[in-house]
Design a protein. Structure first.
Ligand SMILES: Cc1cc2nc3c(=O)[nH]c(=O)nc-3n(C[C@H](O)[C@H](O)[C@H](O)COP(=O)(O)OP(=O)(O)OC[C@H]3O[C@@H](n4cnc5c(N)ncnc54)[C@H](O)[C@@H]3O)c2cc1C
Length: 377
């Protein structure tokens, strides 16, 4: 008999959320990660309100000074500014090592077996058993979960891998010691590059850059990218840098399916398009919850349906924003239209944050958006 019900490959935030929820549901869970905690990663570090709500169910919340509230989003492009607040609950800005440390502690307390510094080198799945190998150790279980991120090996080994994009988008992040000047995530747009500014504590902000092209290198250093945003250069001049630059990408990796008979994918491993909407963590936490419900019901088909539904609107929004990102004239019109119709922007943000259903926009909302795009200047 396998020693665990669930072996989770990847102890990032989504792997740990899955582990904690599964353990709370009475399953025996083991997590394997090639790195050691607390794990840092290139990320905008904004957690959407529904992600915060799931975090509160995992048995850990950041203490005073360990995070910053996020009340909404602000788009800035040259002189144009549009912002909207979340309809109900707030989001959180939180450094990845702080989040990781908290989730590791919550997993330990809920009885999850945690194995760090263990790189999984193979997946085996036959009619009798399923499991993974870490070098010479063979670990079998009732199910294997791939939570091993963007470049998931479990996705590839299980034959669940899908398309990658020809259009390469990559990212890099840096932190600065400065009291946040806003409770919004600011998205500064320039042609071919965006800067996301997230308050992550009462005295620190994170700046994540996203652009199309090659990873950091000649002409793509953080300083060069930052110089395209004069207002940020002014704000951040002389402020101490509090982290090492950390990059990620290319970002676009899809899975063909979310599961095979006894292997399921969750988080970035289950498919990721882009960071432009800043919701990978919240969507991953939602997937973790629905995967555990399906495991308890011993029906992974339930998970596949729910996971498809969970990514449907985020993927649509990402595709729409990438379209806008590549067309500066359309981007400027969009920001002008949202600035002129704040109610509409608030409704769109509430849908994005899963506080309203997409259908709540209605035909009237779509018409207002199109009308705004046509008439904005
Ligand atoms: C520039 C940028 C900005 C972003 N901004 C935001 C944002 O503001 N808000 C937001 O919600 N999301 C954001 N995201 C997305 C977010 O970072 C991801 O969605 C999130 O990290 C997914 O978590 P995960 O646990 O699925 O994967 P990961 O965090 O990547 O964790 C995967 C884990 O698997 C382990 N692993 C991999 N291979 C193996 C192996 N063979 N054996 C053992 N362990 C293995 C790794 O060590 C890692 O710990 C951003 C992403 C980028 C790139």
């Amino acid at each position: 008999m396998p020693s665990s019900d669930l072996v989770i490959v990847g102890g990032g935030p989504v792997g740990l959320a899955t582990a904690i929820l599964a353990s709370q549901a009475g399953l025996r869970v083991r997590v394997l990660d090639k790195r050691r905690p607390p794990i840092d990663k290139a990320c905008g570090e904004g957690l959407m309100p529904d992600g915060v709500q799931i975090l509160s169910c995992l048995g850990w919340m950041p203490g005073p000074g360990e995070s910053a509230p996020i009340k909404g989003i602000r788009y800035l492009d040259g002189g144009r500014v549009a912002d909207a607040e979340f309809a109900t609950a707030h989001g959180l800005g939180i450094r990845r090592p702080v989040l990781h440390r908290g989730l590791v502690e919550a997993a330990r307390q809920s009885g999850v077996e945690l194995s760090w510094g263990r790189r999984v080198t193979r997946l085996f799945e036959d009619s009798v058993e399923v499991g993974v190998e870490c070098g010479k150790e063979r670990i079998n279980a009732r199910w294997v979960v791939g939570a091993d991120g963007l470049k998931s090996q479990i996705r590839r080994w299980s034959g669940l891998g899908g398309r990658s994009s020809r259009h390469r988008r990559v990212g890099v992040r840096r932190h600065f010691r400065i009291a946040p000047w806003s409770e919004m995530v600011e998205v500064h747009w320039a042609d071919g590059c965006e800067a996301y500014v997230t308050p992550v504590s009462p005295e620190e902000v994170g700046v994540a850059m996203l652009w199309s092209g090659e990873k950091q290198g000649s002409g793509n250093g953080f300083e060069t990218l930052l110089s395209r945003f004069p207002t940020l250069v002014d704000r951040l001049a002389g402020r101490p840098i509090t982290s090492r630059d950390c990059g990620a990408g290319p970002l676009y990796h899809l899975a063909r399916r979310f599961y095979s008979e006894r292997v399921a994918l969750v988080g970035d491993a289950a498919g990721y398009l882009d960071a432009i909407t800043g919701e990978g963590l919240a969507v991953g936490f939602q997937q973790a919850r629905s995967l555990v419900d399906a495991l308890v019901a011993a029906d992974l088909g339930l998970y596949a349906r729910e996971a498809r539904r969970l990514v449907a609107f985020p993927f649509l929004l990402i595709r729409a924003l990438l379209l806008v990102e590549r067309r500066p004239w359309l981007r400027r019109r969009l920001i002008a239209a949202l600035a002129a119709d704040r109610d509409l922007f608030s409704k769109l943000l509430a849908i994005h944050a899963r506080q309203l259903e997409p259908a709540d926009l209605g035909v009237a909302g779509v018409a207002r958006l199109l009308g705004g795009l046509l008439t904005a200047s």
